[in-house]
Design a protein around this ligand. Structure first.
Ligand code: G
Ligand code: G
Ligand code: MN
Ligand code: NA
Length: 266
């Protein structure tokens, strides 16, 4: 396809960019739901980190959505050089932030099955001077089923560097409890489909509770994705969920060179 050829050139033409979305703590000092408004004063203790999200500014088509080009990049193998660019750029950006917030980077299966990801991560950390504790890699379960053995070895080696690992989009696709048992995740990111239904659906709420309990007993943090409303935030606080991400706290946006590293609202 034509788009694949253009994707191939996009790296050298500097058409990629990273946007960042804040991940927040809902603990005692985090943002709280006060009545029906958000008590919305971020300080450094409330921000857990920022997730890096890839953006492609196509010269003619304009912004192309990741859902359109990431599958193409994966099929064509281009996700390997693109993913390397993302990792390097995210670590370089984070190393320059004035606050030592964490940065979370999404990883595709091919980067593990067809590359030496632990070596790349070690190399990029050394190059950029970013402390390993400030980097988190987000993987999905579809990645793990590609090659379970290689994935386990790679994630274990990456953890040994001091980098943390999150299971992304948990509760969709091929999630299995065995993966949680066997893999060294620091964090579970509960898929945003559960947030969408949570106020209306007793089942979604029951699943949130079960995942929070699972996280507590496996010693993994649980982050709720896709939080858009105060009502959802209230529910999370009532359930003692400690971490969240979503449009309520901030949309993915380019980072401004501000003291608090808060992305600008688009
Ligand atoms: O903003 P949002 O439309 O960015 O992202 C859509 C999807 O694209 C998400 O599932 C996200 O995980 C994925 N994605 C965004 N950036 C990257 C990236 O740098 N690498 C990979 N592999 N996936 C990404
Ligand atoms: O799959 P992953 O979780 O990495 O992808 C993050 C995706 O979720 C991005 O496309 C991002 O733009 C999107 N996203 C982030 N917060 C929200 C939200 O509150 N609501 C919805 N609908 N999408 C969100
Ligand atoms: Mn993610
Ligand atoms: Na996700």
């Amino acid at each position: 396809r034509e788009l694949v050829l253009e994707l191939r050139r996009a790296l050298e033409r500097h058409e990629f960019d990273l946007h960042y979305q804040v991940q927040t703590s809902l603990g005692a000092t985090g943002p709280r739901a006060a009545g029906c408004r958000l008590d919305y004063e971020f300080g450094p203790t409330e921000i857990l980190g920022y997730e890096a999200l890839l953006r492609w500014r196509h010269p003619v088509r304009g912004q192309v959505a990741p859902v359109e080009f990431i599958p193409l990049a994966e099929e064509s193998g281009l996700i390997i050089p693109i993913g390397e660019w993302v990792l390097r750029k995210a670590c370089r950006d984070a190393a320059a932030w004035r606050q030592p917030h964490c940065v979370a980077v999404n990883i595709s299966a091919l980067q593990i099955t067809h590359g030496d990801l632990p070596r790349l991560v070690a190399q990029v950390l050394e190059e950029t001077g970013l402390a390993p504790q400030r980097l988190e890699l987000e993987v999905t379960e579809t990645l793990i089923i590609e090659d379970r053995e290689k994935c386990l070895a790679a994630l274990t080696a990456i953890r040994a560097l001091g980098v943390t690992v999150a299971l992304d989009d948990f509760g969709t696709g091929y999630s299995s409890l065995d993966t949680l048992r066997a893999f060294p995740f620091n964090r579970i990111k509960l898929d945003r489909s559960f947030m969408r239904d949570i106020a209306a659906s007793p089942e979604a709420l029951a699943i949130l509770r079960a995942v929070l309990a699972l996280g507590r007993s496996l010693d993994m943090r649980v982050l709720a994705e896709g939080v858009e409303t105060i009502e959802q935030l209230c529910l999370l606080q009532a359930e003692d969920c400690r971490e969240a991400q979503g449009y309520l706290f901030g949309r993915p946006a380019p980072l401004q060179a501000k003291a608090d590293d808060t992305p600008a609202e688009p």
